[in-house]
Design a protein around this ligand. Structure first.
Ligand code: MN
Length: 756
């Protein structure tokens, strides 16, 4: 299998580098066996032979045997200094697409690395570009990078495209234009991004030729007309500099007029609205020397020979550009009195400028990848790092960041609309994200999705290259579920936004219901209208309480968060924030008085300080009355419960739920008869009329008795439970004193879970 038998039917002239390879591979062939690692030359030759046999009988549009194309592509990769695997991939890049060979067979015959490259190139070939706008083109380029994963795949693809562009002439006009446009939009910028100017220039010039044939022809003509006079002008300067450099003992490897490519002249004319001669008359020279030190010495020679133009000198050797470009630039007054641009660099700098990332191979691996200690994976990541470092034509920091982000592969997912536009989405995005990306209305009326022509659940994650079609229906609308699988914040935001708008009443009602369950029905309406609730709404970033309820209803904010904010507000309660307080039912008159009173006096009339504007009640377990230390407890469902300090029920209450409150001394002295229910238990000798006596004593003191219950048992003291309304602690103490005075009373105590 490793033996190369070149078919006698090879009927195309082989390039020298390939002939050399064949010689090397034959030389080592004598002791070759299947177990031996294939040598580089062997790999390259086998790939060539394989491709040659497979493409046998196929011809290009030009009539040439098809194999000419892979040979040319491999040659471009060889010239770039590509590894044997890349060159092999150059030979094999079309076999999976154009012959019966499978990618698995490529892997078996040529190894995983070659397989991976060929697979990558084949995959990219299937992408159909229909770029219309610059942003679309940019998306294509990003998708290209994301799909290629390995930059070497892109370089192979660029070589493929370059050769196709060189041979585009034979194609029908329409196809020519389409391919040229695609090259200008996608491939030339990719070459530029990789710093392979060499490819970029040629791709641009060839696109130019087919897209603007008239302008191309004119500029080409101008350039060739001007060539003679320009060369004459430059020849003198060149001769002078060559002489001076030699005198200074500097070995000059090359000194020549700097080539300008046609498309860049055209762009410059367009941009600056200038005529050809205004652009082209600027003469430019490039000097290539051996060492960095010689660059500076050469600069001194140039500045000595011609008068330098101030402000034109730039040292990109000491301070390389971000893309690693290095050179000395200067401007001098030439022999004709016109400016002459001079670039000075070493051969290595020149290669980096021409080949970008690809120059890396030449200098870091010195063409001997047998001894290369870089594994394929290392190399891939070295490339990635290089790409990040070698950013070209960066305009500003943001662009730099963007481009770094662009080049982090797998960062985004790129999918197609049915019309062929590329949409970039976050990884993990679903049809919902896609729908909202297209348009809010498409998202809001999304009724289903097709991916690559098949119906899929809306939650299906999209893959690179998927073609996504959204079905819409007039009466469809977003579902709250969608929030679970929408990936992009834009989609989530719009789904919530839709709920906000179209379901406002429902949401308000739902929010209301949730909150009422927590805070209790009693007084809930006035609670909603209170300043306290308004400040809760504001603390939650809503304008109004209704907005807050709506937000709560569609799940934009959690109930817990609202309750926490509410507790905060309650704790920090300002005495001025008052709505009508809860009044005992017999105080209807007071109630009216309160309504009629001015707002400021109402504040100080509230019986309890610390719960103004809130629903509260006095706890039944300990029945606090004015004069006793009290504390508020935020309850689930019943507002604030006012307990006596020391009530047993407080023992298991979380600290956060406690609200500091106290009796309002101003209310105590008000004329309004606030009273509070207190339960007492009296133990007395069972005697007829004892209850009547007790009731009449209470009545004498103007105390209302709400209920009385007597339990008697033979031979036991009678137990009387009384519910009385008491104004405050002193009054209660007075009651106790009065009752204890009665002869048949054994004991009197207050009922309540409290340590007295
Ligand atoms: Mn090809």
């Amino acid at each position: 299998m490793s033996t190369i038998v070149l078919n006698s039917s090879v009927n195309i002239p082989l390039p020298d580098w390939l002939k050399k390879c064949i010689v090397h591979s034959s030389a080592s062939n004598g002791n070759a066996d299947n177990d031996r690692k294939f040598s580089d030359a062997n790999l390259i030759c086998r790939a060539f032979e394989f491709a040659h046999q497979l493409h046998q009988g196929q011809y290009r549009k030009s009539g040439e045997p098809y194999i000419c194309h892979p040979v040319a592509v491999a040659g471009l990769l060889h010239d770039l200094g590509g590894s044997p695997a890349m060159i092999a991939a150059g030979f094999l890049h079309d076999v999976v697409e154009d012959t019966d060979i499978t990618i698995e067979q490529i892997g078996e015959l040529f190894g995983a690395e070659v397989r991976q490259l060929v697979e990558g190139v084949t995959k990219l070939s299937k992408i159909n570009f229909k770029s219309k706008t610059e942003s679309q083109a940019e998306n294509f380029r990003r998708m290209f990078l994301a799909m290629a994963q390995d930059i070497r795949v892109i370089v192979v693809k660029l070589a493929d495209r370059l050769h196709n562009m060189r041979t585009l002439q034979v194609m029908p006009d329409e196809k020519r234009r389409r391919i040229a446009q695609e090259t200008r939009d996608i491939f030339a910028p990719l070459a530029n991004r990789l710093g392979i100017w060499h490819f970029k220039w040629e791709l641009e010039d060839l696109s130019f030729k087919y897209l603007e044939p008239e302008a191309f022809r004119q500029i080409q003509q101008h350039v060739s007309e001007k060539r003679t006079s320009r060369e004459e002008k430059l020849a003198k300067a060149t001769a002078i500099l060559r002489d001076r450099l030699q005198q200074a003992g500097i070995k000059c490897l090359d000194i020549s007029g700097r080539p300008k490519h046609l498309y860049s002249i055209y762009q410059k004319m367009q941009r600056q609205q200038k005529e050809f001669h205004e652009i082209y008359d600027l003469a430019a020279l490039r000097i290539i020397v051996e060492t960095n030190e010689e660059c500076y010495r050469a600069l001194a020679v140039v500045h000595d020979a011609f008068r330098p133009i101030p402000g034109r000198f730039k040292d990109y050797i000491g301070l390389p550009k971000p893309n690693r470009y290095q050179s000395l630039h200067t401007g001098v007054i030439g022999l004709t009195g016109r400016p002459l641009e001079v670039q000075i660099r070493t051969m290595e700098m020149h290669h980096i400028a021409e080949y970008g990332i690809a120059a890396h191979w030449k200098y870091k691996e010195t063409g001997n990848s047998n001894n290369s200690h870089l594994s394929a994976t290392d190399e891939k990541f070295t490339w990635l790092r290089q790409l990040l470092e070698w950013q070209s034509d960066l305009k500003d920091a943001q662009e730099y960041l963007d481009s770094v982000k662009d080049n982090l592969f797998e960062d985004d997912v790129y999918v197609f609309t049915p019309k062929g536009d590329v949409i970039p989405l976050s990884p993990g995005s679903t049809s919902i994200d896609f729908a909202y990306h297209i348009h809010t209305e498409v998202g809001n009326h999304c009724a289903g999705a097709k991916v690559n022509g098949r119906m899929v659940p809306l939650s299906t994650r999209l893959q690179n290259g998927d073609i996504v079609e959204i079905m819409t229906q007039k009466n469809s609308h977003p579902s709250l579920d969608w929030l679970n699988f929408a990936r992009t914040s834009a989609a989530k935001y719009r789904i919530k936004q839709w709920y906000k708008r179209s379901r406002r009443e429902e949401n308000v009602a739902r929010g209301r219901e949730l909150l009422e369950k927590e805070l209790g029905k009693t007084g809930f309406d006035s609670l909603l209208k209170s300043d306290a609730m308004q400040s809760v709404a504001e603390k939650c970033n809503y304008h109004s309480v209704e907005d807050l309820l709506a937000g709560l209803g569609y799940g934009e904010i959690t109930l817990n968060l609202v309750l926490n904010r509410w507790r905060e507000v309650v704790k920090a309660q300002q005495p001025l924030a008052v709505v009508q307080p809860f009044l005992p039912k017999e105080s209807a008159a007071a109630n009216k008085a309160l309504r009629d009173a001015p707002a400021t006096s109402r504040a100080s009339d509230s019986p309890i300080v610390g719960v103004e504007g809130l629903v509260y009640h006095l706890a039944g377990c300990c029945t606090p009355i004015p004069g006793e230390p009290i504390i508020g407890v935020v309850t689930r469902g019943k507002g604030i419960s006012i307990h006596r300090q020391g009530c047993h029920n407080l023992e298991c209450v979380e600290y956060e739920r406690l609200v500091p409150v106290c009796w309002n001394p101003a209310a105590e002295h008000s004329s309004r008869p606030y009273t509070y229910p207190v339960n007492i238990q009296i133990e007395a000798l069972d005697r007829v009329g004892v209850l009547k006596d007790i009731l009449s004593r209470l009545s004498d003191q103007g105390i209302n008795v709400r209920y009385a219950q007597v339990k008697t048992a033979i031979g036991q003291p009678a137990l009387m439970d009384l519910g009385i309304d008491i104004r405050d602690r002193p009054q209660l103490e007075q009651v106790f004193v009065q009752i204890k005075k009665m002869s048949d009373i054994l004991n009197i105590r207050r009922v309540g879970q409290i340590n007295e």
